[in-house]
Unconditional design. Sequence first.
Length: 305
Amino acid sequence: MTLFDLAIIGSGPAGLSASVYASRYGIKNVVIGGIAGGLTTQTHEIGNWLGTEKITGFEFAMKASAHAESYGTKNIVALVDAIESKDEKYILLLSNGEKLEAKAILLAMGTKHRRLGVVGEKEFTGKGVSYCATCDGFFYRGKTVAVVGGNDSAAGAAVYLGDIAEKVFVIYRGEKIRCESFWATALEKNPKIEILYNTNVKEIKGEGKVQELLLDSPFNNSDTLKVDGVFVEIGSDPNVELVKNLEIETDENGYLKIDPSGKTSRKGIWAAGDITTGSDKFKQIVTAAAEGAVAAHSIHGYLKR
Ligand SMILES: Cc1cc2nc3c(=O)[nH]c(=O)nc-3n(C[C@H](O)[C@H](O)[C@H](O)COP(=O)(O)OP(=O)(O)OC[C@H]3O[C@@H](n4cnc5c(N)ncnc54)[C@H](O)[C@@H]3O)c2cc1C
């Protein structure tokens, strides 16, 4: 079993940034994760990464991953299924059957999309229900779609789909969309986008694929809305199932509590990015990358001691 100084779990901006810093500190590190780049691969355009006015999420992900690998870091495309602690070290069991040992761990598993929890959602996932406009928007050229939600991600998805679909409904339970004014302006500018406020989806219906949504508030005198697809963008929850057995302190919503250096309540374990309570829970690439860098710095000090 190979022993690493540091095992980084998650290959999003937090994990990859931590890896770049760790490698430059001479820390023998390994990055284990799903698609390199994490959630950035689901972003159609990034316009707030300093020094790069516009870059597609996919290109950003490729560059970030190549940057981390340029230092010779081992990058394993797999999930960590379990973590066991043994003699002040940790053993990681991976989904590809590999086993690794590490002196320190950085948890950077980000978040997972929240589900609507309505009838039809599970049944039609992949058949008209999607959680990623960037990945699936292409299939709705000239069609009618709905985006459920009212945050930056929902607004971004609606604007993106507005360039592809014939009509985009944004279904939001509140009275005012809560997004950056950049997105609010873009929503307003596109005549194909229509926002239904104070409205919830009660059920997703169809035969073999999504055909209509049952609403709790009538639109055009009807409580059903005909759509070809529905994109769920109602927020996310931290990806913490893997570490439940380690009894790391969390806040009331399950986010991992970290101190200013990224340390969790458990010795030898740090956390960074969207999974933490850090950066005022401002879930962005820049904050995730910064938390990864700070954690690598702290881990360097720990390993030296
Ligand atoms: C649609 C959309 C648009 C966005 N647009 C922007 C934007 O324009 N600008 C911006 O700054 N931010 C944007 N964001 C937010 C940004 O993408 C996130 O804040 C950022 O990716 C968080 O990075 P992270 O490394 O913490 O987690 P993530 O990017 O979520 O990465 C988590 C990683 O953990 C891995 N993982 C999960 N479980 C395991 C496991 N058990 N074992 C191993 N690996 C695991 C995943 O495979 C993934 O690699 C957007 C987000 C979305 C959804």
